[in-house]
Design a protein around this ligand. Structure first.
Ligand code: FAD
Length: 420
């Protein structure tokens, strides 16, 4: 089917790429615009997990609030605020605290579950007949605990996940090692999340989808957008360093930078960048079969095609501050010790990386139309699960632009839900 009318997708991270590809499948003539090489931003450096219901619980919780003072005192801890950024961050933090209230959190978890339920299915439909198919496996992911106390502390979270319908098995002692023989023997408890899939090359996945996009007539343009406007006929115009780019419809999917562009059309969106780090051990084969998360520290290990990747943690420092020296090294130090043979990983060359998780304070993404402009759409704010949700988001955006009703209620994901 070919539709008349062009759609521009601004921002070619994995969310924008999936939007572009699903729109193309709907018959739209699509142009994907990015200031950098498509797919090479935050979407390239994640841990490759395509999570399902097991990541429906938002980060703000009473437990995180209670643990925050201790965490914040450790400059390399799991959650860090750079104090210079604090004045800017305070309104976002205030909302974060409000959203930690148990009833609000449970409400948001139920809403998030409506999105998370079909993440893997959305990818499966996107990669049908694509070379991307060989880059996704369906073996689940495992959370492992060094202590019974650590495992017990997450019991409430697991109970909520069960209520949401998440599919997992609890593991003990030798069963962990049977599932993942490359892990160190000191893990006493574990959880095998069966619904989680994995790509062992996040960048490779984006590039394969981009090949499909190009092959089917999609256009890719390089331009840095400074603002968006809408002309008298309701057609969006993207102001860029290469001049104004008028378009019939526009989807904004610029990850952590989307808030600035939304502001240019009068939408105040409290978007923060949760910076995360990884250390890559290129060429190193850890023998791990699935993504592994350290339950006590939340640091994750994923065997990629290129080598082992160890990543995680949250640093609230905005979009401009340079990476914190030593932070990726600390993550690596924890992650390496999770392996049966940590010395082996220590012999390889290392490369560190930092990315920006785009996060709204209720931990729900913004997916849907602009409240004021007929041909303007938003798809951003996917926090820790942007890779997981990219295909699902693309599917929903394409459904909306095609004029059909989505299969879930998108009201809670409205871009203007935080007020004017
Ligand atoms: C350490 C770490 C581990 C993670 N692990 C996982 C995981 O295992 N599973 C998971 O689901 N998620 C994970 N995530 C989260 C995930 O990576 C992000 O949610 C996701 O990449 C966001 O994708 P995006 O397309 O919205 O943004 P991005 O990948 O940041 O893409 C945005 C694009 O917009 C472009 N852009 C921005 N501003 C402009 C402008 N003004 N003009 C033109 N172009 C512009 C950028 O150049 C970029 O290409 C992880 C994140 C981190 C940091």
């Amino acid at each position: 089917m070919t539709r008349t009318g062009g759609v521009s997708v601004l921002g070619a991270g994995v969310v924008g790429i999936c939007c572009a590809r699903f729109l193309q499948k709907e018959g739209f003539d699509v142009t994907l615009i990015d200031r950098d090489e498509p797919g090479t931003g935050t979407s390239s450096g994640n841990l490759g997990m395509i999570c399902s219901l097991e990541t429906s619980l938002p980060l703000p919780s009473m437990r995180v609030l209670c643990g925050a003072p201790k965490m914040l005192l450790d400059p390399y801890g799991a959650l860090v605020v750079r104090w210079r950024h604090l004045p800017h961050l305070l309104p976002w933090l205030a909302r974060f605290v409000r959203n930690a209230a148990p009833s609000r959190r449970w409400g948001h978890a139920q809403v998030m579950a409506t999105l998370m339920r079909n993440t893997v299915m959305a990818y499966d439909s996107l990669i049908e007949g694509s070379s991307a198919r060989g880059l996704i496996r369906h073996d689940g992911a495992v959370v492992v605990y060094e202590t019974d106390d650590g495992f017990a502390a997450d019991a409430g979270e697991r109970a909520m996940l069960k209520r949401l319908g998440a599919d997992f098995d609890e593991l003990e002692g030798a069963a962990i090692h049977d599932l993942e023989p490359a892990l160190a023997p000191n893990f006493v408890r574990g959880v095998h999340h069966r619904g989680c899939a994995q790509t062992h090359s996040p960048l490779g996945l984006s590039l394969a989808l981009l090949d499909d996009f190009r092959r089917d007539g999609g256009t890719i343009r390089r331009a840095n957008a400074s603002a968006i406007s809408v002309d008298a006929g309701q057609s969006p115009v993207i102001e860029t360093d290469c001049g104004a780019i008028p378009t019939e419809s526009l989807v904004v999917s610029c990850g952590a930078w989307s808030g600035r562009l939304a502001a240019s059309v009068g939408l105040k969106v409290p978007l923060e960048a949760e910076r995360g780090y990884h250390m890559a051990v290129p060429g190193f084969d850890s023998g791990l079969r699935r993504p592994i998360i350290h339950g006590e520290s939340n640091i994750g290990l994923t065997q990629m095609i290129e080598g082992l990747r160890i990543g995680g943690t949250v640093e609230l420092a905005g979009l401009e501050a340079p990476p914190t020296p030593g932070r990726a090294q600390r993550i690596y130090d924890v992650g390496r010790r999770m392996l049966a043979d940590p010395e082996h990983a220590a012999t390889a060359a290392l490369s560190d990386w930092m990315g920006y998780r785009p996060t709204l304070p209720d931990y729900l993404p913004a997916i849907g139309p602009s409240p004021h402009h007929a041909n303007l759409w938003f798809a951003f704010g996917h926090q820790h699960v942007g890779l997981s949700l990219a295909a699902r988001t693309g599917q929903l955006i394409a459904t909306l632009l095609a004029g059909r009703s989505p299969d879930i209620d998108l009201e809670p994901f409205r871009v203007d839900r935080f007020g004017p």
